[in-house]
Write a new protein. Structure first.
Length: 212
């Protein structure tokens, strides 16, 4: 015969056993598992704008074009170059991280052309000045490469623009975008444009994706 006390104890035991059981993982029937995607090829999520395959293709093309210029020939006197996104302007309708373009171009050039160019870091001038002050005040020693009179001055600097022209068919919802990425290398003493390059493409799609 079950008394109220025994009934309560039995219910507590059942609840405890139920809590110890491992719930089976939930299955998302509509989900898609993660996958590795080749950045040099169009992926499963793509639209009409600048994508990873474009960044790889344009920076490779710009590097080859730049290295073909006579001013960057291997003469033993390496010109000093600044390649960053400070003067790289996005005037297109797409949100894009400009550093993805300029950083890849700089890294690839630095690997391929160290005997032909010197690359100047202008984005971290404050960091460099702080370390120079520590050395000259005696707080630290002078390091292993010695002191310089001043930071290196640059001969050339990269600038550029990203532009686009969009059109939409209101009946079909079709979107078309022409994208143009232009590069210029400017002589920082005379202002002469010593090299320029352009990368362009046009794409159309029924539904565009959101770029961030």
């Amino acid at each position: 015969m079950y008394t109220p006390a025994k009934t309560a104890s039995l219910l507590l035991l059942v609840c405890s056993l139920a809590a110890c059981q491992t719930n089976p993982p939930l299955q998302n029937a509509t989900g898609v598992s993660s996958m590795d995607v080749d950045p040099g090829r169009k992926g499963p999520v793509s639209g009409v704008g600048v994508e990873s395959q474009d960044i790889l293709a344009m920076t490779d093309q710009m590097m080859r074009d730049m290295l073909a210029e006579q001013i960057f020939a291997e003469t033993g006197k390496r010109p000093r170059v600044i390649i960053d996104s400070q003067y790289f302007v996005n005037e297109s309708s797409q949100a894009i991280n400009k550093n993805l373009i300029t950083q890849r171009l700089m890294v690839n050039l630095n690997r391929a052309a160290r005997s032909r160019m010197q690359f100047i870091n202008r984005q971290n001038t404050a960091m460099i000045e702080q370390e120079r002050a520590l050395k000259r005040s005696g707080t630290t020693d002078v390091g292993t490469t010695g002191l310089t009179k001043a930071q290196l001055g640059a001969d050339y600097r990269l600038s550029g623009k990203i532009g686009s022209l969009d059109s939409r068919n209101t009946k079909t919802g079709m979107i078309q975008r022409y994208t143009q990425i232009a590069f210029e290398m400017t002589d920082l003493e005379s202002g002469e444009i010593v090299w320029s390059g352009i990368y362009e493409f046009a794409r159309a799609a029924a539904d565009d994706v959101i770029y961030r």
